[in-house]
Design a protein around this ligand. Structure first.
Ligand code: FMN
Length: 299
């Protein structure tokens, strides 16, 4: 079986340029997905604006932009600009479960009306310049929806179908339903990427002939070496965890982004002894300099 690819999951409010740049230095990730941006027909950004959005991201990052949209024209317009800017592939977010996204009939809300997905893809695909990757869940309310979801996407040729093995109603908690995933993902004519709670290399053990790889989110913050480990590559000559975490910490401290740091440290702390104690200690700090000093003292 061909080697599986490893992708870094898009995580709005958690992962942006500093994390992407640092993990690209570590290696092991074939592609890094940008957090979603809205594709709305009333506001198609100019190419310069889109280019600026990614300007802090190093060219070592193999970036896949992601769009959140329920409008084929807006999706095509922005995806084609991104392609002109050099991105060969764009992802369509059909999995976001957050209330204000679903309330506007975007993200995972699209999974409630498969005929609409068919209309959107029918309208978009012939006009799209980049390859199309789609990120979904195994259902909106129930994993029983998954077989029909897979069938709808079988009508189209995608670069990949990335499946977060939870329903939208589960949000991010509860166990991913690997069983429901395996039972129907094998029927996909499109290459499949598994996503959900891959926290160590041993979790990347799904055996399906059409499995292209794994997408990893929270597990990659707690362990940025997970891509290398899944691929069995050595972690020699790559930044240490101390270098990795302190570089990112300094970047945000310099910008007084303490809230972001506290979110990141929820996961970074898991790489150290006594993570709960560390996280509780960092949570209380309200000064960037003190935050940085405290982080240095952890190592
Ligand atoms: C804070 C946060 C932000 C997220 N932002 C996005 C996003 O912008 N686009 C997206 O498709 N998924 C988003 N996700 C979902 C992740 O990409 C991923 O599917 C989910 O965390 C499950 O994978 P994991 O168990 O490896 O973390 C987000 C998740 C979290 C926790």
């Amino acid at each position: 079986m061909a080697e599986k690819i490893v992708q870094l999951a898009p995580m709005l409010g958690l992962i942006d340029a500093p994390f992407m740049n640092a993990i690209a230095e570590v290696g092991g990730f074939d592609e890094i997905f940008a957090p979603y941006m809205l594709a709305d027909e009333r506001s198609i950004p100019k190419p310069q604006v889109l280019a600026r959005r990614f300007s802090d991201i190093s060219n070592r990052v193999n970036l896949v932009p992601q769009l959140l949209s329920n409008n084929a024209d807006a999706f095509v317009a922005i995806a084609n600009i991104l392609n002109d800017l050099g991105y060969p592939k764009v992802n369509w977010n059909m999995g976001c479960p957050i209330k204000f996204v679903v309330g506007k009939n975007r993200g995972a809300a699209l999974l409630r009306d498969l005929e609409n997905i068919e209309r959107l893809l029918d309208s978009a695909i012939g006009r799209l310049k980049p390859e199309l990757s789609v990120k979904i869940r195994i259902g909106f309310s129930s994993p029983d929806e998954f077989p029909a979801i897979v069938e709808i996407f079988n009508k189209f040729k995608l670069n990949e179908l990335i499946v977060h093995a939870r329903t939208a109603e589960q949000q991010y908690s509860g166990e991913p339903n690997r069983q429901a995933f395996i039972e129907s993902a094998g029927n996909s004519l499109n290459p499949i990427v598994y996503n959900g709670d891959i926290d160590c290399a041993a979790d990347a053990n799904i055996s399906l002939p059409n499995l292209k790889g794994y997408m990893i989110g929270r597990g990659a913050i707690a362990n940025p070496y997970i891509g290398l480990q899944i691929k069995g590559l050595p972690a020699d000559n790559v930044p240490t965890f101390r270098q990795f975490a302190t570089e990112i910490t300094h970047w945000y401290c310099a910008r007084n982004s303490l809230n972001r740091l506290k979110e990141l440290w929820k996961y970074f702390a898991k790489a150290l002894d006594k993570p709960d104690e560390i996280f509780a200690k960092l949570q209380k700090i309200n000064d960037s300099e003190k935050f940085c000093e405290t982080v240095e003292s952890l190592f």
